[in-house]
Design a protein around this ligand. Structure first.
Ligand code: COA
Length: 627
């Protein structure tokens, strides 16, 4: 998913403790990391190529006059200061293992001041479970915890197979950063901590949240083996009985603006007992949130579930039963609604989805997790002493969150008429086909093209994260303009669609080979700032601002299970669209903000559904030789 750069920011210094990106650069040998040393370093693309691609990408968004002005600015940049900045960036690339990764972690995440809830952290909805009561909830949570520990074993022992894209191995370090990790708020910049496995201080406990109370639960026996599912069940049952009273929602502070939360954190941590509790949460493997029942009206329950995963429903529902700083929080509702939310600093969706697919499969197979481990320890309640000032801060955080929750317009749907199979049958890339459908649906509603972000992975490179696939192109715009024009024959529309799909696929291939433009342009800007130079005119130009104001923020996150990832839009007048394309159906999650009446997720979904059907209809009766 995109982390917004158009809400542009000036940011401070990263403090990453314990497991920094740097300490992760030499992972220990093991199957999981067997290809790591062979991964290439992220290149710095050639300057002239980036500038050329940049001009092409802004062309469909600008008038002739605006474009000529931007062309002039780009030409000047190519003479000065472009080459100097390029040299500085190449110098950095020769010294760092990945010239981008540390900058990216700071710029995109740790220095970003808005609440992580909705703005940064995605949610993922699992397939609905069949239980409907407390007993079923505890049983499912026990199985889920056993499944997480089963997956953890594979990362601890490094037996997880290496991910590939085609024949190319991918960087595996993100798998080490999703469990036992946490973000901590800072005044100007947050820090991020991860406790790698096999280190003396590696955590052995999870934290369970119930009725806004938090419990540290050691999930390993004295022999170092995971507790059996039956043991986990017994401990959870006691824990739930001991926490029937709803506590003040201290966790809601984690939904605040980061600098406000940092102030509250400092005050909270002055109390010794609070400090121990904060540390226990930070130092845990993950959170398990045992949520309360939702109000009866469960029409469109998948969309209700999606909102629970994204923000917890607000202060009156389950948002206080979260700790949004924690990298992984699994949510187990009382009514069979389950999923997770993850804090995005350390990883993209695919490693998280790999974990969730493992856990969903583990739970569906209803495996028993083996024999009991010796000397299980009862969970301990994490106590918080709340000063009147902190109580006020909690109340304010709840009010702020409710405003945010009310503003989020989020719905999910499954498109069941076809999946990857149809574009494949027409010899087109499914992702590029879907991306053009997403752009076209926007165009049909808003009558103009959208600056359009899609996440492209850089994991073919050591410590690689993401770059932007700019979906909106001259070819996509030509297709959009032609689509509803009754004077243009179907065959011509198919031809234009094919061109648009090829343009997108070509751009995608460039991005995943490290030749994207957005991170390069960002690097050039940062090289200027770090070396005391002015921000270049190119970055101050309206074309740059406009083309990075991503009204469409999109991401493909495929899963084997019928799960769907959701995230918020990255601009107030935009949409967030995430999709899980399967062979014969596609799960979509679509978000918008109510503050902008022109954007509405249900309208968009209706248009996307209609567009996907009509795009298929284009091919009916058209000549096979042309397909
Ligand atoms: N004809 C027939 N089949 C084709 C085809 C064509 N012209 N082009 C592609 N295909 C097939 C592929 O072989 C592949 O087959 P598979 O289903 O058997 O694996 C399938 O279609 C999918 O390929 P495609 O749709 O082109 O997409 P992709 O899988 O290469 O993914 C991206 C494209 C951009 C999503 C991917 O490169 C990427 O970067 N993913 C990371 C996204 C991410 O990090 N998201 C998380 C954000 S939090």
């Amino acid at each position: 998913m995109l982390r917004l750069l158009s809400r542009s920011t000036t940011r401070g210094i990263v403090r990453v403790s314990q497991c920094t990106p740097t300490t992760m650069t030499r992972p220990p040998p093991g199957k999981m990391f067997s290809r790591q040393a062979l991964l290439p370093r992220l290149p710095v693309p050639a300057l002239d190529q980036t500038l050329d691609k940049y001009l092409k990408s802004v062309r469909p968004l600008l008038t002739d006059e605006e474009f000529n002005n931007t062309k002039q600015i780009v030409q000047e940049f190519s003479k000065n200061p472009g080459p100097k900045l390029q040299t500085l960036l190449e110098q950095r690339a020769s010294q760092e293992e990945n010239w981008l990764s540390e900058w990216w972690m700071k710029i995109a995440y740790l220095e970003f001041r808005s609440p992580v809830t909705v703005n940064v952290s995605p949610g993922i909805v699992f397939p609905r479970q069949s239980y409907r009561d407390k007993e079923g909830q505890i049983r499912f949570a026990s199985m889920l915890i056993a499944g997480i520990l089963d997956f953890k074993l594979m990362t601890d022992n490094q037996t997880l197979p290496v991910d590939h894209m085609g024949k190319n191995p991918l960087c595996m370090t993100q798998y080490y950063k999703i469990l036992s990790a946490c973000r901590t708020p800072g005044k100007k910049c947050d820090s991020w901590t991860c406790y790698p496995p096999n280190e003396p201080n590696a955590p052995k406990h999870i934290v369970v949240a119930h009725n806004n109370q938090f419990f540290a639960f050691d999930v390993y026996g004295s022999d170092g083996q995971p507790l059996s599912e039956a043991q986990i069940y017994r401990q959870l049952k006691n824990l739930v009985q001991d926490s029937e009273q709803v506590s003040p929602p201290v966790g809601i502070l984690t939904t605040e603006n980061r600098s406000t939360w940092a102030k509250a954190y400092t005050e909270l941590a002055k109390d010794k007992e609070n400090s121990i509790s904060l540390d226990k949460i930070k130092h845990s493997i993950c959170l398990i949130c045992l949520d309360n029942k939702l109000p009866q009206d469960m029409s469109d329950e998948r969309s209700v579930a999606a909102r629970q995963m994204l923000h917890g429903g607000g202060s009156r529902l389950n948002s206080g039963n979260r700790w949004f700083d924690k990298t992984l929080q699994f949510v187990v509702g009382r009514d069979g609604i389950c999923g997770l939310t993850y804090e995005h600093t350390s990883a993209e969706g695919p490693p998280v989805v790999m974990l969730l697919d493992h856990v969903v499969k583990y739970c569906s197979e209803n495996k028993s997790s083996g024999s009991d481990s010796p000397s299980p320890v009862s969970p301990t309640k994490l106590r918080f002493n709340l000063s009147p000032n902190i109580q006020d801060m909690i109340a304010t955080a709840g009010t702020q969150l409710d405003v945010l929750v009310d503003d989020v317009d989020l719905n999910v749907f499954v498109f069941q008429d076809y999946g990857k199979n149809f574009p494949k049958s027409q010899k087109m890339s499914p992702d590029s086909f879907l991306q053009n459908a997403i752009q076209l649906a926007y165009y049909r509603i808003h009558k103009e093209p959208a600056p359009h972000y899609e996440t492209g992975t850089l994991r073919m490179f050591h410590l690689g994260r993401t770059d932007t696939i700019r979906t909106c192109s001259e070819a996509s715009l030509e297709f959009c303009k032609a689509f509803d024009d009754g004077n243009i024959p179907k065959e011509r529309k198919v031809e234009l669609l094919r061109k648009a799909v090829q343009a997108h696929k070509g751009y995608t291939n460039e991005v995943i080979q490290g030749k994207g433009i957005d991170r390069h342009l960002l690097g050039l800007k940062l090289a200027a700032i770090k070396n005391g130079m002015n921000v270049p005119d190119l970055h101050m130009d309206m074309a740059y601002t406009l083309s990075t104001h991503f009204r469409m923020s999109t991401s493909q996150v495929p899963a084997h299970s019928d799960s769907v990832l959701v995230f918020g839009p990255v601009v107030p007048d935009g949409y967030g669209v995430c999709y899980n394309p399967q062979e014969s159906q596609v799960h979509f999650g679509v978000s918008a903000f109510n503050i902008t009446p022109e954007t509405n997720s249900k309208n968009y979904i209706d248009m996307l559904r209609k567009t996907l059907l009509e795009m298929r209809d284009l091919f009916e009766g058209s000549l096979n030789s042309k397909l």
